[in-house]
Design a protein around this ligand. Structure first.
Ligand SMILES: [Zn+2]
Length: 461
């Protein structure tokens, strides 16, 4: 089965070039001068369109347990929505509950995802219970294709690890070559600010932002970098939102350290003003770290240009406004933390290209190529080249669309980007050679997506 994508501008980290792409079964077999191959079983005309490697969203939470409920997207609905938006790989988080083992956790997440995903998927492991057994199991996880471990300096009593526990896990990461991913916010101080706010009767959603100041993200980021330095472990800061945290990362990178960071579209486009929307509306925008003051956005865009921020992920963790966010009415600390976004990352970052914030090559790099290399999937994913999986997006850069809960495919009753006018739109998506989204609609299905056993981070060797 041969598919020819003709006449498009093929994108990579260095920009675009007019070329045709030949796909044989699940792989790319040739990238040629236009017109070199005349025909194939299927010919897709990409004239005037971009042809880019499928997006890789390295930070999603499908069906994630949180505060007595679960994030609203299943692996099926979440990966289907991702495909609609031009993302062909997700890396989701298996979540260790305290008192359980990493391997039983991994089994559980395999069970949830196996046969249900519309696109390929991998896992990171959330470590919330550091002990001798867990540390030993980290080695087995790496062997099983789960080579990155997320830890939390926030959420005391739930996911929180002490500095000592973080140090122990980092030592193990140094031994095994694994990556430690860090949620860097000072949860001990934050819990105190939350308790004070509630005692003062300040209960609205915007208090979520006021009680998690950017200085406490900066502090935790610096501390994580120091701990990683002491142990020699590489470090990846997840969902960086604050200028203070970015400075800490930039300083470490200038020193030649293996410190990496991602940001998310919500921190580039939304702000604490959304959290302060009237009534309970702000609950839609509760996520951690919180949306910041607008002044941080210019710094984050600069970080994306300079590679101090090298990945854009979504932290997709949707909770329905009607029956889930509602849990925190009258007490902001009980609002489930998370926002939907897996479907819109490619479009939202394309707006950065339209606005001149980032180049076309940088769009592809931050959304596809770098996540592939960061998490051991390159060159199978993240590039259109002979031998790579044929995960390909045909993108119409001139099309116009308006984002809305009425039209999105995520299983959540609101859009954080309701009414956003977008220039550019996904036209066709191939996942391992199969057309899963076409101008006629969704053509994929649950079970097409395979588990991806990942290698170690490819920036370290
Ligand atoms: Zn997350």
């Amino acid at each position: 089965m041969r598919t020819l994508i003709k006449g498009g501008t093929v994108l990579s980290t260095t920009g675009g070039v007019l070329a045709d792409v030949l796909v044989t079964d699940e792989r790319v077999t040739a990238v040629t001068e236009p017109g070199e191959f005349e025909t194939a079983d299927t010919v897709l005309d990409a004239t005037g369109k971009y042809v880019l490697p499928g997006g890789i969203d390295a930070h999603t939470h499908m069906e994630m347990p949180f505060g007595g409920t679960f994030s609203a997207d299943t692996f099926e609905t979440g990966t289907t929505a991702a495909a609609w938006g031009g993302t062909t790989t997700i890396i989701d988080f298996a979540v260790q509950a305290k008192g359980t083992s990493l391997l039983s956790t991994l089994d559980k997440w395999h069970e949830k995802a196996d046969g249900n995903c519309a696109i390929d998927y991998g896992f990171h492991m959330i470590v919330s219970d550091v002990n001798d057994g867990t540390l030993k199991e980290m080695e087995t996880c790496v062997g099983a294709g789960v080579s990155s471990f997320k830890m939390f300096m926030a959420y005391p009593g739930v996911f929180y690890s002490t500095d000592g526990e973080i140090l122990r896990a980092m030592r193990k990461a140094t031994e095994t070559g694994a990556m430690i991913m860090m949620h860097a916010e000072n949860g001990i101080a934050i819990d105190e600010l939350v308790a004070q706010a509630l005692a003062d009767g300040r209960t609205d959603p915007v208090q979520h932002g006021y009680t998690r100041p950017s200085a406490l993200e900066g502090e935790a980021t610096s501390r994580a970098i120091a701990l990683a330095g002491v142990t020699g472990a590489p470090l990846y800061i997840v969902h960086l939102s604050a200028a203070e945290a970015l400075s800490a990362v930039a300083e470490a990178r200038d020193d030649g350290r293996n410190v990496f960071a991602e940001t998310c579209p919500q921190y580039l486009y939304l702000s604490i003003e959304d959290l302060a929307r009237p009534g309970f509306e702000g609950a839609k925008y509760v996520a951690s770290p919180p949306l910041r003051e607008k002044r941080h956005q210019a710094d984050l865009w600069r970080g994306l240009r300079t590679n101090d921020l090298s990945v854009v992920s979504t932290d997709h963790c949707p909770f329905c406004f009607k029956d889930q966010k509602e849990l925190g009415r009258g007490d902001f600390s009980k609002i489930p933390n998370g926002m939907p976004g897996v479907e819109h990352r490619m479009d939202l970052l394309h707006q950065g290209v339209v606005a001149g914030e980032i180049s076309l090559g940088r769009w592809v790099e931050a959304c596809s190529t770098t996540p592939a290399r960061m998490f051991g999937l390159y060159p199978r994913k993240g590039v259109i080249a002979p031998g790579s999986d044929a995960d390909i997006v045909i993108y119409d850069p001139a099309a116009r669309q308006t984002l809305s809960a009425e039209t999105h495919h995520m299983a959540v009753d609101y859009s954080a980007y309701e009414g956003f006018e977008i220039t550019g739109k996904v036209e066709t998506v191939l996942s391992r050679g199969k057309v899963v989204v076409s101008p006629d609609g969704f053509a994929g299905g649950a079970g097409h997506g395979n588990f991806l056993s990942r290698d170690l981070c490819q920036y370290l060797n």
